[in-house]
Design a protein around this ligand. Structure first.
Ligand code: BG6
Length: 479
């Protein structure tokens, strides 16, 4: 007997900027992702003092410009998703296809037409579209000229954008998310807030203000969605890393509690509960700002209260361990979210600590905290696949996913209301943190290397056939 409910949303997830390509086609404007350089130094470049939101073809290459050319191959790609039996497909809309600058009143019809075709293709295969309205790709003008999300004018631009999408597609698309990994700005404000040092990322007040503006924008989107159809489900989306104290020392335990509040909970607490949590002032002041320093109106607070999200979407890749008592800090090089090495865990080739049991904990934690359905909208293993023209044997990826699905089953038995599972990068695409093609997550291999060489041919990996069986058996057949 399967524990996965009937109608469980098995599928896969992608983001426009990482697979579409066609970065300047059909009047699309540049997005922040279009000026993020490829290569392992990407995050360091974005975090440098002098980075500006400009194209710099002389020094950098930009793999997102081409992606995997999904813009031209989407029919073939969705057909492959259908062959695996996907019940849903999570993708994002490139904001700058719809509003090339971001501040226009009227949308670009060519952009809408593209997504209409994409949605219709999914529906033709009975695949439920799940749309992220903004996934690390705000129009460049909004970051460069308007200063990113710290500028309140963006609320209006986003509202207009969300309204256009929702109004156009609400009869075809039931599941939505307002912002991808909204809390990631705690570590990487460039991606989701358009903030780099040259426009204010150094000052936590700007990050907190940007979040507030995004919370208001998110509530406005929820309002629009529910006024169109009260059955629409519109969620938040956070990056969640189960966070352990390295030991039983209460000092480390308290530091873990604070880390959870600052990183895992802060954004979702506002978006799901509709109000700022009790620890807000202490958190803001520990980062050199305060609630009163922010531009927050009574009207904003009423809006947050009235329009919380319907479900909690989250990504889960790794856990994190906290040690503030020892000088001998064994940092984990690759763990993007910081912390120290956990001796009980192995890490991926990119240093992300693999922890399926932590997913069970994450699911219980989020569900019991918020009492709203939860949706794992990203999870997976970034790894190097060997391709010599024959079958791609990615047993390491199958092992990773199997253990995480087992953890999901445990959580469902624990009583968690889990809506679905969309593993990340169901087709190989450009990595967000490094701009590499060689960091692959897919069930489908795409013949393209880090230098842009390759035929772009799509091939089914071993994991493709495995995941197909998992979906067919509704999570029973994991061998
Ligand atoms: C999430 C993002 O953080 O992780 C995705 O929402 C991203 O955009 C994914 O691709 C995996 O990260 P990376 O850096 O390996 O691509």
């Amino acid at each position: 007997m399967t524990v996965f409910p009937k109608g469980f949303l098995w599928g896969g997830a992608t983001a426009a900027n990482q697979l579409e390509g066609g970065y300047d086609r059909d009047k699309k404007g540049l997005s922040v992702a279009d000026v993020m350089p490829g290569g392992k130094q990407r995050m360091a470049v974005l975090a440098s003092d002098d980075f500006e939101w400009k194209l710099d073809n002389e020094h950098y290459h930009y793999p997102n410009h081409r992606g995997i050319e999904h813009y031209d191959h989407f029919e073939e790609d969705i057909k492959l998703f259908a062959e695996m039996g996907f019940k849903c497909y999570r993708f994002s809309v490139a904001w700058s296809r719809i509003f090339p600058r971001g501040d226009e009143k009227l949308p670009n019809e060519a952009g809408l037409a593209f997504y209409e075709k994409l949605i219709d293709t999914c529906l033709a295969y009975q695949i439920e579209p799940v749309i992220t309205i903004s996934h690390y790709e705000m129009p460049l003008v909004l970051a460069d000229e308007y200063g990113g999300w710290k500028n309140r004018q963006l609320v209006q631009f986003y509202e207009n954008y969300a309204s256009v999408l929702l109004t156009r597609f609400y009869k075809k698309v039931k599941y939505w998310m307002t912002f991808n990994e909204i809390n990631s700005a705690f570590h990487f404000p460039a991606l989701s807030q358009g903030l780099v040092k040259s426009n204010g990322a150094n000052d936590f007040k700007n990050i907190a203000q940007a979040w507030h503006n995004q919370f208001v924008a998110s509530s406005k989107a929820v309002k629009i969605a529910h006024e169109l159809d009260s059955e629409l489900k519109i969620g938040c989306m956070i990056i969640y890393a189960t966070t352990y104290s390295i030991d039983a020392d209460p000092i480390n335990q308290a530091a873990t509690m604070i880390q959870n509040q600052e990183f895992n909970y802060y954004c979702a607490d506002v978006q799901v509960r509709g109000q700022y949590p009790a620890y807000t002032e202490r958190m803001l002041s520990s980062h050199g700002t305060s609630f009163n320093a922010l531009d927050i109106t009574e009207e904003d607070l009423a809006l947050l209260k009235a329009y919380p999200v319907d479900y909690v979407g989250f990504s889960y890749y790794m856990s994190s361990a906290i040690n503030v008592t020892s000088d001998d800090l064994d940092e984990v090089a690759g763990n993007l979210l910081g912390g120290v090495r956990n001796p009980f865990l192995k890490a991926s080739d990119w240093g992300w600590q693999i922890d399926p049991e932590g997913l069970r904990i994450a699911l219980n934690d989020l569900y019991n905290r918020y009492q709203k359905p939860v949706f794992i909208v990203e999870n997976g293993l970034g790894a190097i696949d060997q391709f010599d023209g024959g079958q791609i044997k990615d047993s390491y990826r199958i092992d990773y996913l199997r253990e995480h699905i087992k953890a999901m089953a445990e959580a469902i038995e624990d009583g968690v209301d889990l809506m679905g599972y969309t593993p990340w990068g169901c087709i190989d695409l450009v990595s967000a943190s490094t701009g590499e093609m060689s960091k692959r997550y897919g069930f489908i291999y795409v013949d393209l290397d880090d230098d842009g060489n390759g035929s772009l041919e799509r091939s089914r990996k071993d994991s493709f056939y495995w995941y197909k069986k998992v979906i067919q058996s509704n999570g029973i057949d994991l061998d």
